[in-house]
Design a protein around this ligand. Structure first.
Ligand SMILES: NC(=O)c1ccc[n+]([C@@H]2O[C@H](COP(=O)([O-])OP(=O)(O)OC[C@H]3O[C@@H](n4cnc5c(N)ncnc54)[C@H](OP(=O)(O)O)[C@@H]3O)[C@@H](O)[C@H]2O)c1
Length: 276
């Protein structure tokens, strides 16, 4: 990965923001001298500063912005408007502003930012913590291809990146943003199934987690449709088809489709509330 020359400020370096800093530094995308961060509490600021050997301040958002080219806003959605108003005097054309907040639309961010600048919305998910995140990104009309390249590089340091139209961000939130929670339930249930059938919890856990990891890897590496891969492991009259019948009877696929649909609708409602 080519090294970025831009100075990066992560305002609100919590779970996601902190993981991004870790990923950027580990990937060698930039050096610790070109990254800084802010938090709310002094205690957390100290912890991060020690962990990453970068300047971290409790507050001090405006100062961080004045000294940076890429500003990543990692605070909770309800705190985004206030934070952007706070940093507004330090924002200038040529900088790149990236919001991680769910349900805060680009026009709202642009309105608070004031000056015409490249604005991105990124929806990562929690596996960014282990550099296996999935991030959906949309951007405003000011953003150039060069800006897109910078933002893509940042999020690729913690996983994969997909660019989408902004009206698809609620679907991204519902699929990959919330998705780890659905998959955790699947893993949890597989573990319970193994335990019910007499496997130790330890063995069940190891087998279930690796099964999900390995199956996902096979989808990615073969490029085959999951239904094709599924059919490849089904023997006529065999064990797997008896389980598949059970899953179909209980509507596993319909349930997951509905879950993504319901979550998208809920996210749209929240986006509407934050737009108003
Ligand atoms: N978690 C997810 O799976 C996920 C997925 C996609 C997107 N997101 C989005 O990512 C954002 C952050 O989520 P998160 O899970 O990382 O939350 P988090 O761990 O609570 O992080 C928020 C951070 O913001 C800091 N903060 C609050 N007010 C601040 C201020 N005025 N100035 C500077 N820092 C301030 C907090 O500091 P302290 O630590 O000192 O309190 C905390 O470190 C949210 O907008 C969320 O919608 C989250």
């Amino acid at each position: 990965m080519a090294e970025l020359r831009q100075k990066i400020a992560v305002l609100g370096a919590g779970n996601i923001g902190g993981s991004l800093i870790g990923g950027i530094l580990k990937a060698g995308l930039t050096t610790a001298q070109r990254v800084r961060a802010t938090t709310k509490s002094h205690e957390h600021a100290q912890q991060l500063a020690q962990r990453f050997m970068i300047p971290v301040t409790a507050g001090g958002n405006l100062a961080a912005v004045q000294d940076s080219d890429v500003i990543i806003v990692g605070v909770k959605p309800t705190a985004v408007a206030g934070l952007i108003e706070e940093i507004r005097p330090g924002l200038r054309p040529g900088q790149i502003l990236v919001s991680l907040a769910a349900s805060v639309p680009l026009p709202v961010i642009e309105k608070h930012a004031g000056s015409p600048m490249a604005v991105f919305r990124a929806m990562p998910n929690i596996p960014v913590v282990v550099e296996e995140g999935a991030t959906g990104i949309s951007y405003n009309a000011v953003a150039t291809q060069a800006d897109k390249d910078v933002v893509e590089q940042i999020f690729r340091s913690v996983g994969i990146v997909c660019f989408v139209e902004e009206d698809m961000m609620d679907a991204v939130t519902a699929l990959s943003g919330s998705g780890p929670a659905y998959v955790y339930m699947v893993i949890e249930a597989l573990i319970a199934g193994g335990v019910k059938m007499g496997l130790s919890r330890e063995v069940s856990t190891k087998l279930a987690e690796q099964t999900v990891l390995g199956a996902a890897k096979l989808v990615r590496e073969t490029g085959l449709h999951p239904a094709v891969l599924r059919d490849q492991v089904i023997t006529p009259g065999g064990v797997t088809i008896s389980a598949i019948h059970e899953l179909e009877r209980h509507g596993l696929r319909a349930m997951l489709i509905s879950a993504v649909e319901t979550a998208t609708m809920h996210s749209r409602k929240k986006t509407g509330m934050l737009t108003a």
